[in-house]
Design a protein around this ligand. Structure first.
Ligand code: ARG
Length: 586
């Protein structure tokens, strides 16, 4: 938006002075208000590269720089910074454009990309636990951000429906399935079987062998095993679907690991034929090609001060396939099917080595593929004791229970605030607030750090939380209810005249929405948007405290009502990108 316009004018000036300069690194950023609204420091590095006097370069660029209509005359600061201060008319013009519905302070990508996002990806016959919540919430927010910016997004739920767990589950199912328990709580019963058998397999190598044999039978297409497996898959999908409906998360496709089973042997054969994989102790594995320094080579690991091979297994000695095999077959399929510019995998940090190996192997396998591969990983959720988040009895916390508790606790918050609302309404508000609070708590921290899960913190009405932002949104809505009651309506063509510093600060913050969305997409970090929205709510509060709206005379009243409306729209749009809803009242 405006930042891009200033950037364009700056590019023209730089090109006039240095015709061969690389303009991609000549950027304009928003800056501290005491310097102006925007700033560039690009001339410093340009001068350094070319051994020019920075101040002289800045002076030469300034002589060519024409920002009339956008900014006051810019200033050189420090050695070679250029500071820009927006013209009030330019700012008002942008707000007017937004008022007419031409934009909401962001613009669609000039060159839309096709982006596949692999996220959530729970495992069949196991309950979805809080570990999967981060992947689901983060992946969904990224998909929403990319879509809003005009990219083509394919969301793919890569369900774990073909792993080693099925060997054990099949034995358990055949030997001791409790049918009434299965009918009452399918996932609970499957989990019981899995836990029991996995303990037995740990203790007894013969059991482990038997489980492997069942798995191989399944993978070869044994009719009985296939039928049981299908039933486990169906029962699990019902549970997953309930959770996704609650979270409001949708997938374009859900191609689980089993979908790629028919392609696995051909994948291994091709990897062997191309010299990437070779036989090793009866199994097949991908080894290093020694093209990278050992410390960057995912196929090497250091032990006792020496580098050892760290191969990725693609076929076991019993003929079974590995997680890596499926991921390589999946990658090839995605390339054939969607020709994506980018594939994003959202999982926890423990899978970093796996994805480094997959990406490196793929680069060697398909040397001409131009796709950007990105592992967007995240840390763990900790309990208030700083240890992994568990229930009181020490079990992993199930997502469904977590959401129930969130709604229950949010109901208390809503009831304290609004005891007179009918219960049905309070419950609906509590649903939106509880869900929003859990999602926001997950998106707010830097995703790579572990975060402590605290009910009191995430449901607080003060501070950087979803309920605070949702409440800010309802306050803005209520201004419009009052306006309607007073017979005041918003005229889209009314002049916007900004005067008070709080009006200016709020208006300028609105302009940064697009920049923040682009940063979120670029770095796959929705936390930037959380902080932006929190600051927006702060600017709004200061504005609303300093500037009467309905009681003001024209043209202040129209300008202020317009600011309220735009702040409300940006707030709701931003929360929507995070997958968070906004109730009408709270
Ligand atoms: N099912 C896996 C798990 O729960 C995550 C799969 C992630 N996606 C992938 N393509 N490997 O750990």
């Amino acid at each position: 938006m405006i930042r891009h316009l200033i950037e364009q004018r700056l590019h023209a000036a730089v090109a006039a002075v240095l015709p061969d300069a690389d303009l991609t690194s000549v950027l304009v950023r928003s800056c501290e208000p005491k310097f102006g609204d925007y700033q560039t420091n690009a001339l410093m590095s340009l001068a350094k590269q070319r051994k020019l006097n920075p101040r002289q370069l800045a002076t030469d660029v300034m002589a060519k720089l024409d920002v009339t209509g956008l900014c006051e005359p810019p200033e050189i600061a420090g050695a070679a910074f250029i500071n820009f201060r927006l013209k009030a008319e330019a700012l008002a013009g942008l707000l007017q454009g937004a008022a007419r519905g031409e934009h909401l302070f962001f613009r669609k990508a000039a060159t839309p990309r096709t982006i596949v996002i692999d996220f959530s990806s729970p495992n069949v016959a196991k309950p979805m636990h809080v570990g999967h919540i981060r992947s689901t919430i983060l992946g969904d927010a990224l998909a929403r951000a990319f879509r809003l910016l005009g990219h083509r997004v394919v969301t793919d739920n890569h369900i774990g429906d073909w792993g080693t767990q099925f060997g054990m589950l099949l034995i358990g199912w055949k030997r001791e399935l409790d049918a009434p328990a299965l009918a009452a709580d399918p996932i609970g019963e499957m989990e019981r079987l899995y836990k029991k058998l996995s303990a037995e397999c740990k203790a007894d190598p013969a059991k482990l062998e038997a489980a492997r044999a069942e798995l191989v039978k399944l993978q070869r297409g044994d009719a009985e095993n296939l039928a049981i497996w299908r039933e486990m898959q169906r029962l699990s999908q019902v549970q997953f679907d309930t959770i996704y409906a609650r979270l409001g998360v949708k997938f374009d496709v859900a191609l689980g690991e089993s979908f790629y089973n028919p392609r696995l042997q051909a994948t291994v054969d091709d990897l062997v034929a191309k010299g990437l994989a070779r036989e090793s102790e009866g199994a097949k594995a991908i080894f290093s090609d020694d093209s990278l320094p050992p410390k960057d080579d995912p196929f090497k690991t250091q032990r006792d001060g020496e580098w050892h091979a760290n191969p990725a297994l693609v076929q076991k000695n019993d003929g079974g396939f590995n997680y890596a095999t499926t991921d390589l077959a999946t990658l090839a399929y995605r390339m054939e099917t969607w020709s994506p510019d980018e594939i994003i995998y959202v999982t926890d940090g423990r899978q970093q080595l796996h994805f480094r190996q997959i990406f490196a192997a793929f680069r060697r396998w398909r040397a001409d593929a131009k796709v950007r591969l990105e592992h967007v990983w995240f840390g763990s959720i900790l309990g208030e004791d700083g240890k992994p988040f568990k229930t009181r009895s020490g079990d992993t916390v199930k997502l469904a229970d977590l959401l129930d508790e969130a709604e229950e606790r949010a109901l208390k918050v809503v009831t304290d605030k609004n005891p007179n609302l009918p219960e049905g309404e309070r419950r609906e508000i509590a649903r939106i607030v509880g869900l929003g609070a859990v999602k926001y708590a997950d998106l707010l921290p830097n995703r790579q750090t572990d975060y402590v899960f605290s009910w009191d913190k995430l449901l607080a009405l003060q501070g950087n939380t979803a309920p605070y932002l949702q409440y800010a949104s309802t306050r803005i809505q209520s201004i419009f209810r009052k306006a309607t009651e007073a017979g005041v309506s918003l005229d889209p063509s009314a002049a916007i005249r900004l005067g008070a510093p709080e009006e200016l600060a709020l208006a300028k913050h609105l302009l940064n929405f697009g920049f923040v969305l682009e940063m979120v997409a670029e770095e796959c970090r929705p936390n930037y948007l959380c902080n932006y929205l929190y600051e927006l709510a702060g600017h709004f509060t200061r504005f609303y405290e300093a500037c009467p709206v309905l009681k003001a005379a024209e043209p202040e009243r129209s300008t202020r009502l317009r600011l309220c409306e735009l702040a409300g729209r940006v707030l709701r749009q931003g929360l929507d990108v995070l997958g968070i809803g906004t109730p009408e009242q709270m």
